[in-house]
Design a protein around this ligand. Structure first.
Ligand code: CO
Length: 211
């Protein structure tokens, strides 16, 4: 059997199992989604949002890109964020990186990856902001791990800089922003950073919000 045919076969088995466990499962989800979480994760195939949090379809709204970045001009990310915050009214936004991230590993080297370079520049910027701390670490693995944690923190702060989050914090005291790092070694999530609604940010980035 062709590998893609296996996926279609698995899908039939999965759908039948879901109905066996809960006969209204699909009927319920067909009419609405009401996820409490937006997940901004890495595209890495080893970090599937639902599986590692034991959640079902309908529970997490998901956006993934290489190295879980929040880039201010990324219309794709901004569209997902706007929809999740203002239409779905999520309570929590999770930026989820992972140790051993290929994107972070690539960004810490001087190798050119062609068209991928501009994306990795955003991670290189994080390295520059925290140069002393990262470069003082003994091994490449420790440097990559710490840059991964700091990258997640910076991406959470990038969310807080957006007008979407600033307006939601002002009007509805929502959502919480979380920075998590998943361990490929042990399957465990390390919560490394949190910003509660209304957390003070650098005034340079604060917008005047009209009542
Ligand atoms: Co990754």
């Amino acid at each position: 059997m062709n590998p893609f045919e296996q996926l279609l076969k698995n899908n039939k088995v999965w759908a039948a199992e879901k109905v066996r466990e809960d006969k209204d499962f699909f009927t319920r989800l067909q009419n609405q989604q009401a996820p409490k979480f937006l997940w901004i994760g890495c595209s890495d195939s080893r970090v599937p949002a639902n599986e590692i949090t034991k959640t079902d379809p309908g529970e997490i709204f998901v956006h993934r890109n290489v190295a879980n970045m929040v880039v201010h001009t990324d219309l794709n990310l901004l569209t997902v964020l706007e929809y999740a915050v203002n239409i779905l009214k999520v309570e929590h936004v999770l930026v989820v990186g992972h140790y051993g991230c290929g994107g972070v590993k690539a960004a810490i080297t001087n190798t050119s990856y062609g068209i991928i370079n501009p994306w990795l520049h955003h991670i290189k910027d994080v390295h520059r902001f925290h140069r002393e701390e990262i470069d003082s670490l003994e091994t490449e693995e420790l440097r990559v791990d710490r840059l991964t944690e700091l990258n997640v923190q910076e991406q959470v702060m990038n969310l807080a800089k957006s007008i979407i989050i600033q307006e939601a914090w002002h009007k509805e005291q929502r959502p919480h922003l979380h920075g998590w790092v998943y361990g490929l070694k042990d399957g465990l999530i390390n919560p490394v950073f949190h910003m509660a609604p209304g957390t003070h940010i650098d005034p340079i980035y604060e917008f005047d919000i009209k009542p």
